[in-house]
Design a protein around this ligand. Structure first.
Ligand code: SF4
Length: 337
């Protein structure tokens, strides 16, 4: 699946939001369940998981994927919770991977079982993966993710590189007082591998659990040990900016949603695992249920109408401050980032 620019004249016409932005990237959550319990994602008290019969079925996800691709959506990223805990995820990838107009079918995963199912996911049509990993210290991993699975995640990373399944991006959420002191250690650890390490500013969902570590601070820590050279991002580079790290095979990226807001170039919407269209990561007002359109016998045309109507409510930008004021609405675990 060669990646290219979004199709100019998709059969149903492109999706343009109220601010003239072309929406051609959908982050689709296929479950809100996860086998990790990351402290910045899953509240201490847990969340009430969506009942199985409320989750979109494979047929519904496939219908939605087909209609979206006919509306010029050329990139779909599968998210969770943790997408690989959804039963028969390889079959779902096969179905979406066969959509003719999709240029890029990617996944964000915590990598726990990639060493095992990675080859099947790739063979089924998954273009690439991003792996979330926030620490290289085993005890800190247990404290952050509340599970003891660092070795599995590292094995997943090695397996993806060994399969030459590139570009591979590692997503590191930098949490104040938690893993900020490890940013250069990540470069040390993977210096020999052609990976892209993206340092992501923590985004507060509901009450904030950490102070912001702005990219400028992370960069300063990296530059204590390394020389950063501005670089083009890997394919599908999204909102991040990139630098190659001199003397290593590594590229680092910065996703500064709070200190380096990138909303004016927003090209995405999200679909929750129970089929609601979420226009913006930061807000949850009146989400339209596309699942209910399908379950009430809605045709592809009805879906298109519902999607266009929903996107008319897409906001220009989030208003969350670097002081964590106006936090994002909802729970990250149910959105998948
Ligand atoms: S915060 Fe909302 S508007 Fe900004 S980039 Fe994310 S989804 Fe787009």
């Amino acid at each position: 699946m060669a990646r290219s620019l979004p199709p100019k004249n998709p059969p149903r016409g492109p999706i343009i939001d109220p601010f003239g932005r072309r929406i051609h990237y959908v982050r689709m959550s296929v479950t809100d369940r996860c086998n990790f319990r990351c402290v910045y994602c899953m509240p201490e008290e847990g969340v009430e998981f969506t009942q199985r019969d409320e989750l979109m079925t494979f047929e519904e996800i496939e219908q939605l994927g087909r209609v979206l691709s006919e509306m010029g959506v050329d990139r779909i990223r599968l998210t969770g919770g943790e997408p690989t805990v959804r039963r028969d995820i390889i079959e779902l990838v096969r179905r979406l991977g066969s959509l003719p107009m999709l240029n890029d079918l990617a996944m964000t995963t915590n990598g726990w079982n990639l060493a095992k199912i990675g080859p099947d996911l790739k063979a089924a049509g998954l273009t690439r993966v991003n792996i979330s990993i926030d620490t290289l210290d085993r005890q800190r991993f247990i404290d952050l993710a509340r599970v003891d699975r660092l070795d599995d995640v590292l094995a997943g990373i090695e397996a993806v590189v060994a399969m030459d399944w590139l570009p591979l991006k590692l997503n590191v959420v930098v949490c104040d007082g938690m893993n900020e002191d490890e940013v250069a250690t990540f470069v040390d650890r993977f210096a020999h591998l052609p990976v892209t390490i993206r340092f992501i500013e923590y985004m507060p969902f509901g009450e904030s659990r950490f102070e912001l570590v702005p990219w400028s601070r992370t960069r300063a820590r990296l530059e204590e040990r390394y020389t950063l050279v501005p670089a083009a991002g890997p394919d599908g580079s999204g909102p991040a900016n990139y630098w190659s790290v001199a003397g290593t095979a590594v590229v680092v990226g910065a996703i500064g949603a709070l200190s380096r807001q990138f909303c004016e170039a927003c090209n995405r919407v999200r679909i929750t695992s129970d089929g609601r269209l979420k226009n913006c990561l930061a807000y949850e007002p009146q989400m339209v249920s596309l699942r209910d359109v399908m379950r009430s016998g809605g045709t592809d045309d009805d879906l298109e109408v519902a999607i266009r109507a929903a996107i008319l409510r897409k906001p220009l930008a989030h208003i969350t401050g670097e002081d964590m004021s106006n936090p994002f609405e909802g729970e990250m675990i149910q959105i998948g980032g």
